[in-house]
Design a protein around this ligand. Structure first.
Ligand SMILES: [Zn+2]
Length: 228
């Protein structure tokens, strides 16, 4: 339980990082504020999960509703952190932790701003590759070459049709996944995205113009890491 809550605290911090880094705002020293009334939050309003529950999902000063989204993603990160700690070896813990954190941060920045933030993508790719090479994880050249060809063809021919950031992300993750795992990741990402579009169309009778794809890729990645 403690480990899970510890994970939720990290999730809370990474959510702040994801929301501020693309705007080049400081995320270590400046305290969070209500997005609606801009009032700085007191320390007792910053306790992950408990604050939001005790305030019944409302800002203490302006009573504006705080989206449940924040609550859910913190829980998700807490759960994944818990799973990471229960991996058998330190190598698995490190790789799983790094990979999931990278996915979490990029999924959120894509959700907030529709971008694959390079200042998260490149450092985390470097770290992930470093740790994976160090612990001698299998490097799948076939997946790597396939994704490289895909990324280059998107760059030269289909730049306006497929997000190049998504390609770079796949290029960062792909070499550490077998072709089967990659196919599974892409299939689960596309199917879940499609289901969400259909659901949105049915509920709101409108098709979203632009859909952040990284959250779905991250969802696929978590499935692959857990079940492959
Ligand atoms: Zn407020």
């Amino acid at each position: 339980m403690f480990i899970f809550y510890f994970g939720c605290c990290f999730g809370s911090f990474f959510t702040v990082v994801a929301s501020r880094l693309p705007l080049r705002e400081d995320f270590i020293f400046s305290r969070s504020c209500c997005h609606h009334c801009q009032k700085k939050l007191a320390f007792y309003e910053l306790v992950p999960l408990f604050s939001i529950l005790s305030q019944k999902f409302r800002c203490r000063s302006c009573q504006k509703k705080i989206p449940t989204f924040y609550f859910i993603v913190e829980l998700v990160y807490g759960g994944l952190f818990y799973l990471a700690i229960h991996q058998l070896t330190l190598a698995d813990q490190l790789i799983f932790g790094l990979w999931v954190t990278m996915a979490y941060l990029l999924a959120l920045t894509d959700y907030f701003y529709l971008i694959v933030e390079p200042r998260i993508l490149y450092p985390f790719t470097f770290l992930l590759w470093l740790v994976a090479f160090y612990f001698q994880r299998p490097f799948y050249y076939s997946t790597f070459i396939l994704l490289l060809i895909f990324a280059l063809s998107v760059y030269f021919f289909f730049y306006n049709y497929f997000g190049f950031g998504d390609c770079l992300l796949l290029l960062a993750w792909g070499p550490w996944l077998s072709l089967r795992a990659l196919a599974f990741l892409l299939a689960s990402a596309s199917i879940s995205a499609l289901l969400l579009i259909i659901l949105k169309a049915l509920l709101k009778k409108e098709v979203p113009k632009q859909l952040p794809f990284v959250p779905f890729l991250s969802f696929g990645l978590v499935l692959v890491l857990l079940f492959f």
